[in-house]
Design a protein. Structure first.
Length: 500
């Protein structure tokens, strides 16, 4: 890093033979460090060069691990570094000593990194740290200059030098237009996290169209979803821009046939984009978009041929998207599909976790939540038990018993009304939860269940109870069970209302 040159320029006294100088016994000329760093800064043509030359100037004089991190979007990105085998590419806000300095705007000198829980372990032999803010135009830090030491150093002197250089670096960064912006790849990486963690399909669609606009730098993004019979426009997740509103209106007017042709074109041949050339005719498939004022378009297939969708990213300006933009949109579409598959898989797992694997009915977990919300005088609980079920298992085996339960579950579901709910709460025990206007209505529904069981050659006993005001749900269910047991004692295959 140029340190032999430094040794050659230093005056070590009379020049008499002696041990070679070491960093411990060299007296660093800190004013010279400032002059060298400042001189190089003025020649930097961009922010990256300014940071690299600041690090290089310091490295000529300081046996330290040196880095400059600047704020890019919501993270500190390492722009230049030296003196370590590995550095952290980006650091989350307020993380480490560097994050603390950037957040507070105050220099931190750590004399013993082992005692500071915020220290980021870049090198195993580091003992001390000097971290100073790089000021922006209003005094707010735009980044930090960090020096890590693994041998004794005059930390007070280096703090002063680092602060003065950081001030000059900050002024040069401002003169060059400020810290670097996110690259499109970095934007996509940031949005990928939002796609991967979206808890609902609505939030996933919102994350996808937001990412499409930001990464492409085009002004509008619209998702076309695969429908059961025909494709359809996804509902907007924010107030549409003027261009997006026109696109939606024009595509709606053109109808599902036009959407279907665009989807088919993309899935048949792949992503497409406009060249930005004037005087070229618009294809019939995209005429509706041209009528809406679209002059630039990237169309990317989403999903598989069996579940075909489309991402349309557009602008009123006549631009020329490059292939990299199209590739990023394809990556985004792929990530969105993977995230959607995850949501569907989670939904299936939740359904399996809350459902009886044999009959498909919901079981005890959801049942407990449902009866806890029972309305006194309106929510009826129908406790159901299969008559003679044990003899089926004993005589014909458990497989025959399972078939009986599945057939009975289907029969009972078919006899219930649209919003009634049926749960399997035990081996041959079921509970229906229904909303009624009068107790007699609950009895009539229970009688329909007994008739449905008879039609498949089985009989059931049913006890009915409606919750009283302030009555715990488990007490209501107990009264329904008591009514059921009375039916059993009286010969089975019947219905009884629980006593008040």
């Amino acid at each position: 890093m140029g340190r032999p040159d430094l040794l050659a320029t230093l005056d070590h006294g009379t020049g008499a033979p002696g041990p070679p100088p070491t960093w411990d016994n060299i007296q660093v000329d800190h004013e010279r460090v400032i002059r060298d760093g400042t001189a190089r800064l003025s020649m930097a043509s961009n922010v990256t060069e300014a940071c690299q030359w600041t690090v290089a100037a310091l490295a000529r004089y300081a046996p330290a691990t040196i880095s400059v991190l600047l704020e890019v979007h919501d993270r500190l990105r390492c722009i230049a570094a030296t003196g370590s085998w590995q550095v952290f590419s980006t650091v989350p806000p307020a993380t480490g000593v560097v994050g603390r300095v950037h957040t507070t705007g105050h220099t931190v000198v750590v004399t013993d990194v082992a005692a500071d829980p915020d220290h980021l372990p870049v090198r195993p032999d580091v003992t001390s740290e000097v971290c100073v803010p790089v000021p922006g135009p209003s005094g707010r830090p735009v980044g930090v200059l960090d020096l890590l030491w693994s041998e004794p150093a005059d930390l007070a002197a280096w703090r002063n030098t680092a602060e003065r250089l950081a001030e000059r670096l900050g002024a040069r960064i401002v003169a060059l237009g400020g810290p670097p912006t996110e690259t499109r790849g970095e934007k996509l990486l940031r949005h990928a996290a939002a796609l991967a963690t979206a808890p609902t399909e609505w939030e996933l669609r919102h994350a996808a169209v937001t990412a499409a606009r930001e990464v492409s730098t085009l002004s509008a993004a619209v998702l076309v979803l695969a429908g059961h019979r025909r494709p359809r426009l996804a509902e907007p997740t924010t107030t549409p821009s003027e261009l997006e509103a026109r696109i939606r209106a024009s595509l709606s007017e053109a109808g599902s046939g036009a959407l279907g042709r665009m989807v088919d074109l993309a899935h048949r041949y792949g992503a497409g984009y406009t060249l930005g050339e004037t005087g070229q005719p618009t294809g019939d498939d995209h005429a509706a978009l041209a009528r809406a004022g679209v002059r630039t378009l990237v169309a990317v297939p989403v999903g598989s041929a069996d579940d075909a969708g489309l991402l349309l990213v557009a602008d009123e300006r006549r631009l020329r998207p490059d292939p990299t933009t199209v590739n990023l949109m394809e990556l985004l579409a792929g990530q969105a599909c993977s995230a959607l598959d995850r949501l569907h898989a989670v939904a299936r797992l939740r359904e399996q976790a809350s459902s009886d694997p044999l009959t498909g009915l919901r079981h005890t977990g959801p049942f407990g939540e449902r009866i806890a919300a029972a309305t006194p005088g309106r929510t009826a609980l129908l406790a159901i038990d299969v008559d003679g079920f044990k003899s089926v298992n004993d005589t014909y085996g458990h497989q025959a018993g399972d078939r009986v339960l599945v057939d009975l579950a289907r029969a009972l579901e078919g006899a219930l009304r649209q919003n009634d709910e049926l749960y399997r709460t035990g081996g041959d025990e079921f509970v229906a939860v229904i909303e009624v206007n009068r107790p007699e209505e609950a009895v009539r529904v229970a009688e329909r269940l007994t008739e449905a069981a008879r039609r498949i050659g089985r009989t059931i006993s049913v006890g009915v109870a409606l919750p009283h005001p302030d009555e715990p749900a488990d007490r209501t269910l107990h009264r329904a069970d008591q009514a059921l047991y009375r039916v059993k004692r009286e010969g089975r295959d019947g219905v009884r209302m629980a006593a008040a």
